[in-house]
Design a protein around this ligand. Sequence first.
Ligand SMILES: *Cc1c(COP(=O)(O)O)cnc(C)c1O
Length: 510
Amino acid sequence: MISQADLIESAPDGAATAADSRSHLLGDQTAERYRRSLTEGVTRLAERFATTGRPFTGISPEALTPEVAAIDLDRPLGDTTAALDELEDVYLRDAVYFHHPRYLAHLNCPVVIPAVLGEAVLSAVNSSLDTWDQSAGGTLIERRLIDWTAERIGLGPHADGVFTSGGTQSNLHALLLAREEAGAEPGRLRILASACGHFSVRKSAKLLGLGEDSVIEVECDADRRMRPDALARELRRCAERDLVPMAVVATAGTTDFGSIDPLPRIADLCARYGAWFHVDAAYGCGLLVSRTRRHLLDGVERADSVTVDFHKSFFQPVSSSAVLVRDRATLRHATYHADYLNPARMAKRRIPNQVDKSLQTTRRFDALKLWLTLRVMGADAIGDLFDEVVGRAADAWRLLAADPRYEVVTRPQLSTLVFRYLPSGDHDDATVDRANLHARDALFASGEAIVAGTVVDGRHHLKFTLLNPHTTLHDIATVLDLIAGHAEAHLAEQSATTRHHGELTGSLAR
Ligand SMILES: *Cc1c(COP(=O)(O)O)cnc(C)c1O
């Protein structure tokens, strides 16, 4: 047994280090260190943002891996400046910068400053939104924002929801509720989603214990929107085979094409067949605050559940997402009570514990970022930013459609463009595929611009996702020239190699 004397005796040895450790804990004694430390980091980043000339340096994983591996994590630098200097080499210098106007690849956005401030505040206070007793006002702020979003959607007086880590989790959450509401044995349950829907629907089906063929792919039209006649056919087939259409997932803004499924007609079919109507508006949710394009979401108000990703079209830092439901009673399917955390008696006393509705327990106060955004800028300002990129995509479509070097798949409803470089002369599809793949890789390695890629009807395509209002039509034209340059250089090299090869075999034959 250790005596009190032993404890006091052994203290002096480690005393200095213990005090030193404590000096890093944010608290009443360290407010000044907190201020200095964050200011130093912010000052450095501000400089980066002001001077970054390219979205990326083009560094390869092979070049960066040894730099990260060489750092001895068991030997701390003990100093903020030194750690930030080191971070320049392993991260900041070569990071991908989304504020750069020639970042045109994925659905990750440049962020608004009030939200970044919110991020700093929420992590310092470190509220956890599972229970009232770990968040207080944080819970009320989240609830207000859920109500605000539900109202923008038009879900009616019984709506509710909860913030989540992202669209993937929101879709899983919505489909869990749909499965529980369907109440049939898993083997008979079917989810109907378009071929252009997000892969998280399939992943969710697997996590929910539904079979391999539980997700029925509904055909799309040429504009990559779900065909209501195809949906009606699949629903009829389900009925004939005694299968239960547990949910129809409509997408308001497909990840590749930004296409919006015909929500009112899908809502009609869901009502007729008694299927849960989920709208995945992870991308298209920005239209909720648009002053000119809100009508594109008409019909979303009839959904049973809606996924929104504020970290895509609301210019919020990762992560910030929510799942909304028409009928708050359905959220009970995720309710579990733990004696230590949220006993049932608390619910009876109406203590708002958000964990009662969430799939997560400890949970970030992401809502604060949106709150400060709305309080500083307002919803219209966010909608205007999104409108601007949607307008830019329409202009870029005209540019692409008029450019003989390119073929563009669909006219965008939102802010993505899927297209393909088409060389002049006779080339087979595989050669064109390789030229497009090469152009994307070469552009990425140059760091001058970043574009995405996808496959359409078996052929490799390139993709722009426009989320930065600073991206001009001139930027887009420049990137198209860069892509064509890389593709042409690749084709020229290929044909030179083939010619060379031909000469060799020709001379051997002689
Ligand atoms: C991005 C996206 C998702 C997934 O959202 P995460 O936030 O990345 O998890 C789901 N559906 C659609 C349509 C998306 O574009």
